[in-house]
Design a protein around this ligand. Structure first.
Ligand code: PLZ
Length: 444
């Protein structure tokens, strides 16, 4: 893939530099502090695996705007299709007068989503909106109300999706009352499972099944909503067997299995969708982020017989499936397939995991190294055998990475996870250099 910007780390000022600090002052006066930024360097350009800032620095991108720019920032094919579209028409509202690209995106998602059954897709603007609609449809199709979510789960910031989200601070604190009929179950978190990772999958599934059965009654449950690898929750990969057991329980009880692949989707984990790893076929799949290379788009894809139940006019929104975003999505899917980016994501994982495991040998505060493909994380704990989360050390390492020109993100219920989400097109040299920077950050 050709690049417009030099694919290099270049630090010419302190981070953030003077120009970014000036802009930050303006921002503080104009934007409420409730909206955070991981690293207040103000971006002027971004391409492939680098982000360039207002002070002339070039940072290695291990964030992809939270798993969005999988095909690279300002991917040339995305730019080309969006440019051509923006000159033709920018909006009609699909509910007013439709256009082909919307239909084409839905066809592509129906083809790509796991399972050979007939599917339908409709388009919205954000991950939260996709999850919210998935739940609406599941309730409509089943005539049931209860919805099950999991510990450490993240599904968005709207009233319903904030309720589905597990973590209080910063997502829920003070924002109640929450939506009714959302019930939280234990998640198979291998690193922290009391009886050890090998027992985790079956035991966690048995606990969830028992609680759903005893507390809720399966016949009252419309849907289970789960991320096949948790994103904001700290890249927790549910222990093997957990997701298949939950999916089987759902199938046996007429409960719809909603896979929230907003963060894991579009080749990120080494499969087009993370569900494929254990052969899960969700009834409904929610996607966003990586779907359109940065243009706001999200989708709900589901079994035709479920999706088709909702009455005419029951689903929609002004901007859902905006034509610019649809063109971008079509380009993204082309790029993923043409450059075999699922394979590339696997190779990124194969590069990162051994190096991070070696780092964990040297730094006992790295309690766990996990993830798949280009969705990799390390969990930091107090190195005394207690596994006590260490968010302070985590923030310190993140700050040191930032100062050296590596954009990394944190995550986790306890804020003690460093997560790595490089664009799938990141050059090998830059990936290696990013890992060097991380090593240096641990060294001091
Ligand atoms: N489901 C699995 O990861 C978004 C949140 C950033 P939206 N994750 C990033 C923040 O702090 O707001 C996400 C996700 C999963 C749903 C969502 C929500 O997607 O596009 O942010 O609404």
């Amino acid at each position: 893939m050709t690049s417009r910007l030099p694919q290099e780390r270049r630090i010419v000022t302190e981070i953030p530099g003077p120009r970014s600090r000036e802009l930050q002052e303006r921002r503080v006066a104009a934007v409420p502090p409730g909206v955070g930024s991981v690293l207040p360097v103000y971006v002027t350009d971004a391409d492939g695996g680098v982000v360039a800032d207002a002070d002339g620095n070039s940072l290695i991108d291990f964030g992809s705007g939270i798993a969005v720019t999988n095909v690279g920032n300002a991917n040339p094919r995305v730019v080309e299709r969006v440019k051509a579209q923006v000159e033709r028409f920018t909006h009609t509202c699909f509910m007013v007068a439709p256009y082909e690209s919307y239909v084409a995106v839905c066809e592509q998602l129906n083809r790509l989503a796991p399972g050979g059954h007939e599917k339908r897709t409709f388009l919205v603007n954000s991950g939260a909106e996709a999850v919210e609609n998935a739940v609406k449809i599941a309730r409509y199709a089943t005539g049931r109300q209860a919805v099950v979510a999991f510990d450490h789960g993240y599904h968005g910031r709207t009233l319903l999706t904030m309720t589905l989200t597990a973590k209080n601070m910063p997502y829920k604190h003070g924002f109640g009352p929450f939506a009714p009929e959302v019930h939280r179950m234990p998640l198979a978190y291998p690193y922290r499972w009391p009886t050890g990772p090998e027992n985790c999958g079956p035991e966690a599934a048995a606990q969830a099944v028992d609680q759903i059965t005893k507390r809720l009654g399966p016949a009252n449950v419309a849907a289970v909503v789960v991320e096949p690898i948790q994103g904001e929750g700290g890249f927790i990969e549910p222990a093997p067997g957990f997701l298949p057991a939950i999916a089987a329980f759902c199938r046996d009880n007429g409960i719809l299995f909603i896979a929230d692949e907003v963060q894991t989707g579009f080749a990120r984990t080494g499969d087009m969708f993370a569900c494929e790893h254990e052969g899960i076929v969700p009834d409904i799949l929610t996607t966003a982020k990586g779907i359109a290379g940065g243009l706001p788009l999200a989708a709900v894809t589901g079994r035709a017989e479920i999706m088709d139940t909702v009455h005419g006019g029951g689903l929609g929104g002004t901007y859902g499936g905006n034509p610019l975003a649809c063109e971008a999505a079509l380009a993204v899917i082309e790029e993923i397939e043409r450059h075999e980016l699922t394979e590339r994501a696997r190779r990124i994982g194969e590069t990162m995991l051994p190096r991070l495991r070696a780092l964990a040998e040297r730094y006992p505060e790295i309690g766990d190294v996990r993830g798949r493909g280009a969705m990799i994380a390390i969990e930091l704990v107090v190195p005394d055998g207690s596994k006590a989360p260490d968010p302070v050390r985590t923030a310190e390492i993140a700050r040191r990475c930032h100062a050296r020109g590596l954009l990394v993100l944190t995550a986790g219920t306890y804020g003690n996870v460093l997560r790595f989400l490089p664009p799938l097109v990141i050059p090998d040299a830059l990936l290696d250099e990013g890992l060097d920077v991380l090593e240096e950050a641990f060294a001091g």
